[in-house]
Design a binder for this molecule. Structure first.
Ligand code: T5A
Length: 227
């Protein structure tokens, strides 16, 4: 049994957390989870996120996202903190669970670093790729669902929520560059990264994701299942 890593990516307020939780519920309620377990394809589903998927990562997340003045953390420090969070997450959480056959739903992973620190902050992309390689020791997602949304719409959603973290405080140009980064990544890795139109009601976004997951399950496990 080999687990699978499914990542939810996107800009601010794109709906990743909402859709990760909905996908989890759908996998349970539709009977897919039981089906995949009964066939011996997966052990269980686990949910996680970056930054902050481990105890150490929680502390790193606080440093990264607390609403301090943005200038207090310089760009290369930010990059290294995300990498440190990831190294811990991969080693102590992701790899052991994948080895045990779990289906992992993860909120953000390596593409966020390329989009935010590479395209957003303008740090060297090949340096980031090397750092991602060090942090993950080569562990890539099996599928990345990129929830694509206009920058203004996403930021308006986060503003409605009331609290704005350190990265969300960055200027509009930064967020447009991040979106450009995800667009470029999706064009470069079309098999791994699937664009999802997130500018729709949550139910319709969920339906696109479910269709993609069904396709991938068939590709990975050679199995069809209808509830
Ligand atoms: N980061 C992360 C880096 O810079 N580099 C890295 O390597 C990594 C890993 C993480 C921050 O760190 C940065 C990126 C981030 O800035 P986070 O809190 O984990 O921070 O992630 P955020 O993207 O900030 O999470 P958000 O909560 O802001 O966005 P989500 O998860 O995409 O959106 P969600 O689901 O919480 O929804 C936001 C709001 O919109 C509503 C929801 O109800 C909620 O109020 N909503 C919708 N409204 C209308 N229509 C829909 N379809 C909706 N879907 C959700």
């Amino acid at each position: 049994m080999r687990g699978r890593l499914i990542v939810f990516e996107g800009g601010e307020g794109a709906g990743k957390t909402t859709q990760l939780q909905r996908s989890h519920q759908w996998l349970i309620n539709s009977g897919w989870l039981t089906h995949l377990q009964s066939k011996g394809y997966i052990r269980q589903i686990v949910l996680t996120r970056e930054p902050g998927g481990t105890e150490t990562g929680q502390r790193i997340r606080q440093i990264l996202l607390e609403q301090s003045r943005p200038a207090e953390i310089c760009d290369r420090t930010e990059l290294l903190l995300y990498a440190a969070d990831r190294a811990q997450h991969v080693e102590t959480f992701l790899r052991p669970r994948l080895a045990a056959g779990d289906l992992i739903l993860c909120d953000r992973y390596t593409d966020s670093t390329i989009a935010y620190q590479g395209y957003g902050r303008g740090l060297d992309l090949s340096l980031i790729e090397q750092l991602n390689q060090i942090a993950t020791n080569g562990l890539q997602s099996d599928l990345t669902l990129w929830l694509d949304l206009e920058v203004e719409t996403g930021l308006a959603r986060t503003r409605q929520r009331g609290t704005i973290d350190r990265i969300e405080q960055a200027d509009r140009t930064f967020h447009h560059q991040v979106r450009h980064g995800f667009t470029t990544l999706a064009a470069t890795f079309p098999d791994r990264i699937v664009p999802i139109n997130a500018n729709q009601p949550a139910d319709l976004v969920a339906q696109q994701i479910q269709a993609t997951l069904k396709e991938r399950f068939q590709q990975w496990f050679g199995t069809r299942f209808e509830f």
